[in-house]
Design a protein around this ligand. Sequence first.
Ligand code: APR
Length: 310
Amino acid sequence: MRKKITVVGAGQVGTTVAQLTAYKNLGNVVLIDIVEGVPQGKALDLQESGCLQVFDGIVTGTNDYKDTANSDIVVITAGVPRKPGQSRTDLLAINGKIVKSVTEEIMKYSSNPIIIVVSNPLDAMVHVVKKVSGLPKNRVMGMAGVLDAARFRTFISLELQCSMVDIDAMVLGGHGDSMVPMPRYATVSGISITDLMSKEQIERLVDRTRNGGAEIVGLLKKGSAFLAPGASAVKMVEAILRDKKQILPCTALLEGEYGWSDIYFGVPVKLGHNGIEAIIQLQLTDEEKTAVDASAKEVKEMIEEIDKIL
Ligand code: APR
């Protein structure tokens, strides 16, 4: 039977997720939004590209959560972007309420979905979904590390002027300024970039990775990145639905790993049919541990803040 993938939020990221999911023939796609007509229009438009891009899936647009019944995977992209002058706490409260209500609606009609959260502030939003859904920790995760690592990989490729195909990278931590790109684990055909670049070059690429989201916002002026974020979420969907057992950086619930508990945090995980099937523990240097702890502290504070708000 075809898998059912629900995408909540028919905005920039949600539309990209729906499109790539359909084009990769991963299953039937349901696109849902609060705005009437938009998910229906985009779904029909996407369906009409099916004979050109050759996919078999049915794409449905809706405002009714009944149509999401029995979803295998739900990707949550609903939310509002941060407006000029708005505090982080205000955004946390607004998107926290949206993500809470979306999760309640999803859980009314799907008893055991895997949920991938994309809405920001990411680490806090995944925490909300876990708490509200009551799903086991392997079935609730956030998309951040795949995107951050893709940016790091891109910048390495541009710097070394070599194919991106052979480049791999790992980024740990929260999805924000405190994220921890890991040069030791960034490789080109197995060769660490620490052997291929100077310290200064690496520092520059690490900084650019940390500011990757802001760099796109600065260029677009309106809205934020959506093509690479959408592609990153679909990479996770594919790893799960095709039971690939891929090791990818994802936002997972820590229970003692890396010395932290009860926080959603970016770490390498194994993604397969059961969602997060394992968390990989890396041996960190003192410097890396300090950076990871600083990021975890920030995430913990944000999670405590959202718990007080909701
Ligand atoms: N239920 C369903 N959809 C909702 C709800 C809700 N309660 N509230 C808002 N939405 C929808 C909006 O109507 C809009 O179509 O979420 C969509 C968000 O789309 P965009 O504004 O285009 O934002 P986008 O760029 O897609 O980003 C979505 O992903 O990367 C993150 O930071 C980003 O949190 C943001 C999210």
